[in-house]
Design a protein around this ligand. Structure first.
Ligand SMILES: [Zn+2]
Length: 62
């Protein structure tokens, strides 16, 4: 039923879903390795999205 349009949404969904289901993350205040990895992927995608499409108009500096 999930039909996320963007990879960024999917990455965030995976991260939040992990936090929901992971015992280690729930028991400990520190996220586990998987949570760190998922969050990193999400952050990278967020960065890419903020900088514009990878194969879009191209870099324009500022
Ligand atoms: Zn975890």
């Amino acid at each position: 039923m999930q039909h996320s349009s963007s990879p960024l949404d999917q990455a965030r969904a995976s991260y939040e879903d992990h936090l929901d289901t992971c015992r280690q993350c729930a028991a400990d205040a520190v996220p586990c390795a998987v949570a760190k990895h998922l969050r990193r992927v999400y952050n990278n995608l967020g960065r890419a999205a903020a900088h514009g499409a990878p194969d879009g108009t191209g870099p324009r500096g500022r």
